[in-house]
Design a protein around this ligand. Structure first.
Ligand code: RB5
Length: 146
């Protein structure tokens, strides 16, 4: 389990799952920084993607939740050093960490039940990057500037 704070954010479409996961993580003794929003009023997901990405791009892990996870991942991946992955099951979450060194997990509240989302979060947080050939490939992604 990570010792560093997990940074979490959502839009209105992910607010209920964010609230659930903040409690889920605190109950496990994991420190959480919730960058908002504070209520389920309609809002724009890129604003919260930016807040989480700016925390995570240098170190640590984050979670972004919207209706599908898609908008959040598109926005977060615009930040250099961010590797955001939409994961809909535990296998994807493990691979996102082990092979892609993903540092932001994107979830869709309208896609996942809360129980499955907990499993996906656990898989993401408990898997380490394998490095080696995967590091070479990630560095090649970082080289892409077009
Ligand atoms: C909001 O209705 C919805 O579009 C948003 O939460 C997200 O799913 C976008 O990718």
């Amino acid at each position: 389990m990570p010792t560093k704070k997990i940074v979490i954010g959502s839009d209105h479409g992910g607010f209920a799952l964010k609230t659930h996961l903040v409690k889920f993580l605190w109950e496990k003794g994991i420190k959480v920084l919730d960058v908002g929003p504070e209520c389920s009023e309609s809002c724009d997901y890129p604003i919260y993607a930016r807040k989480v990405a700016e925390h995570v791009r240098l170190s640590g892990l984050g979670i972004l939740i919207c209706g599908t996870g898609l908008g959040m991942s598109m926005a977060a991946n615009r930040f250099r050093g961010v590797r955001a992955a939409v994961c809909t099951n535990e296998y994807l979450a493990r691979m996102a960490r082990a092979h892609n060194n993903a540092n932001i997990l994107c979830l869709g509240e309208r896609v996942l039940g809360f129980g499955l989302a907990e499993g996906v979060v656990d898989a993401f947080l408990n898997t380490k990057f394998e490095g080696d050939r995967h590091l070479r490939r990630i560095n090649l992604i970082e080289d892409i500037t077009e």
